[in-house]
Design a protein around this ligand. Structure first.
Ligand code: FES
Ligand code: FE2
Length: 375
């Protein structure tokens, strides 16, 4: 059975023990000096969503990609386990698999001196091995692994061995959205957008429950329903906006039969530290929005929509509906970026409907402070 978290009507941040002003200043959104600090203090310490494990659905499938500016290899090994390694050869630092994207192979062969690794990351072949000193031992030069865990088939990696397990990091998400995925769930939409704003600016906007009734009056607002029905839950690393389904939505959509309790009664809009959003709907839709920094005033927003086609609207409809309010957000966030860059802005007060923003800003601020980067 799904238990009940103490979902609350939105309250001013002080009621949650949070600051009543934005702790991040205009400088945090405009000064390029923050980018390397953020990579180290934030992105290399948190769990980072990388995609659906089903994309590597056979042993021997390998996904070479960059995560937080770091080259990674995600591998389905011969036992069917997913593993992540740095895509850097321990011999002389060549990128082991330069072919970005998903491909199949049984062995990883370095293009520089042809050291050979198996899919478990063990070094199994070395040309001219007799030319190395006798002390050379292949087990000493296995690929360096990176933590990889999955939730509901979705993969996350973490560079920090001291971070809590993924299930703990995700808070109430497994409880409320753990049954949304069915055996027939597919990736229906995958699209990326470049936006002219700082990544935190776009993250703030997606956490903002104050602008929906105004900026998304005819798009998102009718789906989320009236503000008086909004409910918040602020957890350690994630926060939630819960809105009960409206009569209009119910009339036009089907509910996934496997869902129970609140999971079938409302929309779950999660903000996940540091740059991720997950929406779960009672028709089984799971929607990821991931915001990656590109430069101080530029970010990439990756949209992925997963659903069971039997219960969801067609992919074209989903994309059209999503892009309608994403376009509205892009206009706003680019305008806010100009305001941050104007040199005249100091942070204004925080409304209760902005509590989710300040919750995430506090986590970002703490990470920067711990790294000695915040002043
Ligand atoms: S750098 Fe990879 S084998 Fe030498
Ligand atoms: Fe928005």
């Amino acid at each position: 059975m799904v238990s009940s978290l103490p979902l609350q009507a939105p309250r001013v941040p002080a009621a949650h023990g949070l600051p009543d002003r934005f702790v991040l200043t205009a400088d945090h959104y405009t000064n390029p000096r923050w980018l390397p600090i953020e990579q180290q203090a934030i992105f290399r310490r948190a769990w980072l969503y990388v995609g659906d494990g089903e994309r590597l659905n056979q042993p021997g499938m390998v996904w070479a990609r960059s995560v937080a500016g770091t080259p990674l290899l995600i591998v389905r090994d011969n036992d069917g386990e997913l593993r992540a390694f740095y895509n850097v050869c321990p011999h002389r630092a060549a990128i082991l698999s330069p072919q970005v994207g998903i491909h199949s192979c049984q062995r990883l062969v370095c293009p520089y001196h042809a050291w050979v690794y198996d899919l478990a990351g063990d070094l199994v072949g070395v040309p001219s091995q007799d030319q190395f000193p006798d002390s050379f031992q292949k087990p000493d030069f296995a690929l360096r692994s990176v933590r990889l865990e999955t939730w509901s088939g979705f993969m996350f990696v973490c560079f920090d061995d001291t971070a809590p397990p993924l299930a703990e990091f995700l808070g109430s998400i497994p409880e409320y959205l753990g049954r949304h995925r069915t055996a027939a769930t597919q990736r229906l939409v995958a699209k990326q957008y470049t936006v002219g704003c700082n990544w935190k600016n776009y993250h703030d906007n997606t956490l903002c429950d104050y602008h929906v009734a105004i900026a998304h009056r005819t798009t998102l607002n009718p789906i989320q329903g009236p503000i008086r029905r909004y409910r918040h839950q602020l957890e350690t690393f994630v926060n939630l906006l819960y809105t009960p389904i409206t009569a209009d939505w119910q009339a036009e959509n089907s509910v996934l039969p496997t869902l129970q309790g609140r999971s079938r009664e409302g929309f779950f809009t999660y903000g996940i530290y540091p740059n991720l959003h997950l929406l779960g709907l009672p028709n089984g839709l799971l929607i990821w929005l991931r915001i990656e920094p590109l430069a101080a005033a530029s970010c990439q927003v990756a949209l992925e929509i997963y659903g069971d086609p039997e219960y969801c609207p067609p992919a074209e409809t989903l994309l059209t509906d999503f892009e309608a309010f994403m376009q509205e957000d892009m206009v706003i966030t680019e305008s806010v970026q100009q305001g941050y860059a104007s040199g005249v802005y100091t942070p204004g007060p925080v409304n209760g409907l902005e509590a989710r923003i300040i919750h995430q800003q506090q986590l970002i601020w703490k990470a920067l402070t711990a790294a000695g980067g915040a002043e």
